[in-house]
Design a protein. Structure first.
Length: 564
């Protein structure tokens, strides 16, 4: 459409000033110019009212695509390739005409191209660009265009066996379509802020799920994808420098990718299952900025305790919680705070998640005998001031860590326990002598990650009093405070949450707690004594975040279910 005609239509909508119109039209002659996207991008008008105004001018209906249900036979009226090429989607068939949702009515020749692709009369309707993208993903699946191309090319499965040379397999797997699909999956996960990607072979399908804000979400995929399961998994194994012919044993590898100017480090794990190899990818941003101590969100009392702990010359500081509770993030924040030129910091990790300048980091390699315990023995000869152990897994590691703390080193490490007091019981069960533990342990931090309410859609509500009482929350605190619940919008994938934050239980090993350890007091007794001295439990700290309007009661109950 000529810019003069386009400009006239946009002018008649009454939504743009002459100056704004001139800004939008300055790139009108360039290929792939999208006037609607330009108006929205510049912030001159929201897409919904703009489409309503354009529809009125052009005689086109605006179709509410977000809540639409489209029949499978309608989706097949236009080839998948054309759907993704033109960013359109067929929505209905009326009186022999196919209604197709588009977002840019100014795209030249679009109706004719769709008519040729479908062989049908075309009736254009307008829908928002994000709704069209979401609908194509929902109804066709991620990578649908790529899968269709594989089918058109008559791609057959390649079953790697020991007789294949790895170079031959590499050549086979370099096929552009498979490469493109794997890249699409990683790109999609990156856009969704996912931390993990799981490719899980089922009996009749290949299921792919992303972990976003701690919860798994299944991504829609083309139904024919299972036909190319082996090729996709082989491609990932080639990228991670794994043995492509070995399908009977678990394997680990790493992939380095660059996405949108950021270096992405992907940890890959394969596991043989009944229907094929299950592949898990952990996404780590190499260039990610480390969270600072003040960004952890510790309460004033807890922040004061931790500040004293990380500045101590010796002792053990433990961070506990299940997998994915942010333990490594917290440890890096503590190390970053004390990473100065006059301190020698050494870490032993499995694996190294983020590289920290100025810190000597050691990657555990059990296959060659470099375990936590082995590394620790040699670290003590390296004259460290601060030692960070990725995890205390056995008595040998715990014993060396305690000896290091007793000989003038500050030791940070992690444990997998439900709460802070439970860590003491766990170490005693490993065989650590109570008197040694009492004299070396300085602080234990239990933590969880709760999802943060989406600020764009959270809404106030009045919780059920019975729920408040059963959860152990002080009901009187709710009298003059607004409580929010999750609603759901585009920005948060309709979940009501976006991002996560930590809740903490900081147990300082003071004189009162220290006297309970030699007698092997139960964890419940130690916890009660700490509460009497002002310790906030995980649930109580979470409840304070609810009062701050940052998360919901349901979310706090979900993550503190076993540690109230």
């Amino acid at each position: 459409m000529q810019s003069a005609t386009m400009g006239g239509i946009l002018r008649r909508t009454g939504l743009l000033t002459e100056a704004q119109l001139a800004t939008v039209l300055q790139n009108a002659g360039k290929p792939d110019f999208d006037a609607v996207a330009a108006v929205v991008r510049e912030g001159f008008a929201a897409e919904e009212p703009l489409l309503q105004a354009l529809g009125k001018e052009l005689g086109l209906d605006v179709f509410p695509l977000a809540a639409a249900v489209i029949a499978p036979e309608i989706l097949q009226k236009i080839p998948t390739k054309a759907v993704f090429q033109y960013n359109v989607i067929p929505v209905a068939m009326e009186n022999g005409a196919l209604s197709v949702a588009i977002h840019n009515p100014f795209e030249p020749g679009l109706a004719d191209a769709l008519r040729l692709a479908s062989g049908l009369r075309i009736r254009l309707v307008l829908s928002r660009a994000p709704d069209i993208s979401a609908a194509t993903k929902k109804f066709y699946g991620v990578g649908a265009e790529t899968v269709e191309r594989l089918i058109e090319e008559g791609r057959i499965e390649v079953e790697p066996t020991s007789q294949f040379d790895k170079a031959d397999i590499d050549d086979l797997d370099q096929e552009a379509s498979i490469v493109r699909f794997v890249n699409q999956i990683v790109w999609e996960a990156y856009q969704e802020r996912a931390t993990d990607i799981h490719l899980e072979p089922m009996e009749k399908e290949l299921r792919i799920r992303y972990r976003v804000d701690g919860l798994l979400h299944q991504t829609p995929l083309p139904p024919q994808l299972a036909r190319f399961q082996n090729a996709i998994i082989s491609r990932i194994k080639v990228m991670a420098n794994m043995d492509i012919a070995e399908k009977r044993l678990p394997q680990d590898g790493r992939i380095g990718m660059r996405i949108r100017g950021e270096d992405l480090d992907i940890r890959v794990s394969t596991m043989p299952t009944v229907y094929g190899e299950s592949v898990s990818l952990r996404l780590l941003m190499r260039g990610k900025q480390f969270i600072g101590f003040h960004e952890l969100g510790l309460r004033e009392r807890d922040a004061g305790i931790m500040r004293r702990m990380i500045e101590r010359p010796n002792g053990i500081v433990l961070v506990t919680g299940p997998t994915g509770s942010g333990k490594s993030t917290s440890l890096y924040a503590y190390l970053r705070e004390i990473n100065t030129i006059d301190q020698r910091l050494i870490t032993v990790e499995d694996p190294i998640e983020y590289e920290m300048p100025g810190v000597n980091q050691i990657n555990v390699k059990s296959e060659i005998g470099l375990t936590f315990a082995t590394a620790l023995r040699h670290i003590l000869r390296q004259d460290p001031d601060v030692i960070m152990i990725g995890e205390i897994r056995d008595f040998e590691t715990a014993e060396i860590a305690i000896r290091a703390a007793l000989t003038g080193h500050l030791v940070f490490s992690t444990l997998h326990t439900n709460d802070a007091a439970g860590s003491i019981t766990r170490l005693l069960d490993m065989g650590v002598e109570p008197f040694l533990l009492a004299s070396s342990l300085e602080c234990i931090v239990a933590q969880r990650l709760v999802r943060r309410l989406c600020t764009a859609c959270k809404r106030p509500y009045k919780p059920d009093p019975a729920l408040i009482v059963s959860a152990g929350f002080p009901a009187e605190r709710l009298a003059d405070t607004t409580i929010y619940e999750a609603a759901g919008c585009e920005k948060c994938r309709q979940s009501g949450y976006r991002g996560r934050m930590g809740i903490y239980e900081v147990l300082e090993i003071n004189e009162a707690i220290e006297t309970l350890i030699p007698s092997r007091a139960p964890a419940s007794v130690i916890k009660q004594k700490a509460i009497e001295q002002g310790m906030l439990t995980l649930r109580n700290d979470g409840f304070l975040r609810v009062l701050d309007g940052l998360t919901t009661i349901d979310e706090v109950l979900r993550v503190t279910e076993e540690s109230a």
